[in-house]
Design a protein around this ligand. Structure first.
Ligand SMILES: [Zn+2]
Length: 216
């Protein structure tokens, strides 16, 4: 497996623009080999050369603590504060658990299917009908996981109050936030190309893609 070099990372990953002095985070992405460089198939029939393996970043205690500090600072307190965190039982769990500790909020965890997408079934914790929920995940790519998670919250009578993710890709996060009037906090935006499966230049060069879910 190859890993993205620092120049790959600088070319394809931007910080959110809301925080200063973020070079430590880009250093951590590189040194923890958190961005894979090969040929991946993602959920939603898209292919990409790079894949963010958040779990590798989250194993770095200093890096995850720094990321959690920045995200936690954006979560409102007082009457607007969330009452619970909901995350999936995939790489997003690492961030959900860390934010749960940092914000002293109870956590509920959704099961995932064999492609690591969340399904509407809790494996840990509970949601109450009056819960104001902070949705947490590692990355928003297609937005499908966000839709599943927010429908689950609504189905039990709760309300999505805020979304916190490590990374966003494409427009899915912004369009979800706009449609649902829910703020999204993120630290980085990845903008490497995503290709439709039937128009992927990496496929044309030969070689089948690796299923990204295997690395998450
Ligand atoms: Zn391909």
């Amino acid at each position: 497996m190859k890993f993205a070099t620092r120049s790959d990372i600088d070319a394809h990953v931007m910080h959110s623009g809301r925080h200063a002095g973020m070079s430590w985070l880009f250093d951590a992405l590189e040194t923890n080999r958190a961005i894979l460089d090969d040929h991946f198939s993602l959920c939603g029939e898209q292919h990409a050369r790079y894949f963010l393996r958040f779990r590798a970043f989250a194993l770095d205690r200093t890096a995850i603590a720094g990321a959690v500090d920045l995200l936690a600072a954006e979560i409102p307190g007082g009457p607007k504060a969330p009452t619970r965190i909901l995350c999936p039982e995939s790489a997003g769990f690492e961030l959900g658990r860390a934010l749960s500790r940092r914000l002293a909020l109870p956590i509920a965890v959704l099961a995932v299917d064999r492609t690591r997408r969340p399904v509407p079934r809790l494996v840990t914790g509970q949601l109450d009908p009056d819960d104001k929920v902070l949705l947490v995940n590692d990355i928003i790519t297609t937005g499908q996981a966000l839709v599943t998670m927010s429908r689950f919250v609504t189905s039990v009578g709760g309300q999505v109050r805020h979304i916190a993710v490590f990374a966003t890709q494409g427009d899915a996060a912004r369009s979800f936030a706009g449609r649902n009037d829910v703020p999204v906090s993120h630290l980085v935006h990845t903008h490497w190309p995503l290709y439709a499966a039937d128009a992927c230049p990496l496929c044309r060069e030969g070689g089948a893609p690796l299923p990204a879910a295997e690395f998450n």
